[in-house]
Design a protein around this ligand. Structure first.
Ligand code: KIV
Length: 272
């Protein structure tokens, strides 16, 4: 493992393969809008995921299921307009790729054509193999997503750690190997035991990005709003908050409201 960091002016799927080979960890965050995507990109993130978690954090839905393809394209095109360096990956939302592989390809093409993003991500293993193969055949880079796959929440019934049992762990390894073999450029592993995630990262040559999957993987992803501390309620063990924006924003809004009510804002210098 080398710690030498190459300076990439633009991150591509090839850069990510190189990073894994060089032992350089990959940093990935979500973004859903122009302003935050620009800040995140300028700060040097490697991958921006326009996640279907937008359904939760932007729209207030309980799950990721309701968000539509049109809504994902709207978020993705806002992000793409701001980004100069990061690779922009967009989630295929629930219901746009499971029915058949032709529909999956049409959905992926819409995302690439209408948003200008660089790649798509979709959830699942062998059950979506045909869809992934068809998308890859059209020249669209695909990232896989295994472990806790939130689009299947009603099948799981809970957001607890996946693949603790041997059978599910074995299937996850087989699925990860299949994703590598058919040509995915990377895979997200969500909420699985760290040792299992580390084993997958060792067994496949494509980058493995973890969320709640320990530190033996090739990179990490978090939901931006969670790591900025925008919400106080969502507090899984894997989440590290780098800011308490909830408190900061609340204090700023309270100060503004108070200034307006006192007639203190605007002052003489803040008017024409
Ligand atoms: O939608 C999302 O934000 C995701 C991450 C949790 C990986 O898929």
């Amino acid at each position: 493992m080398s710690s030498a960091k190459k300076n990439y002016t633009r991150i591509t799927t090839k850069s990510l393969t190189e990073m894994k080979a060089n032992g350089e960890k990959i940093a990935m965050l979500t973004a859903y809008d122009y302003t935050l995507a620009g800040i995140v990109d300028q700060a040097g993130i490697d991958i921006i995921l326009v996640g279907d978690s937008a359904s939760n954090v932007m729209a207030g839905h309980e799950t990721t299921l309701p968000i539509t393809l049109d809504q994902m394209i709207y978020h993705a095109s806002s992000v793409v307009r701001a980004v100069e360096r990061a690779l922009v990956v967009v989630d295929l939302p629930f219901g746009t790729y499971q029915a058949d592989s032709k529909e999956a390809l049409r959905s992926a093409i819409r995302i690439m054509k209408e948003s200008g993003a660089h790649a798509v991500k979709l959830e699942g293993g062998k059950e979506v193999k045909e869809s992934i193969e068809r998308i890859l055949k059209a020249g669209i880079p695909v990232m896989g997503h295994l472990g806790l796959t939130p689009q299947s929440i009603y099948k799981f019934g809970t957001y607890t750690v996946r693949a603790r049992e041997e059978e599910e762990a074995k299937q996850l390894i087989t699925d990860a190997q299949m994703l590598e073999q058919i040509g995915c450029f990377g895979v997200v592993l969500e909420k699985i035991p760290a040792a299992l995630a580390g084993k997958v990262a060792q067994e496949i040559s494509i980058p493995v990005i973890g969320i709640g999957a320990g530190n033996q993987v090739d990179g990490q992803v978090l939901v931006l709003h969670d790591m900025l501390g925008m919400s106080k309620e969502f507090s899984p063990r894997f989440l590290r908050r780098y800011l308490d924006l909830n408190t900061s924003i609340s204090q700023a809004v309270q100060s503004y409201t108070s200034d307006v009510k006192k007639g203190d804002f605007p002052n003489d210098k803040e008017q024409y």
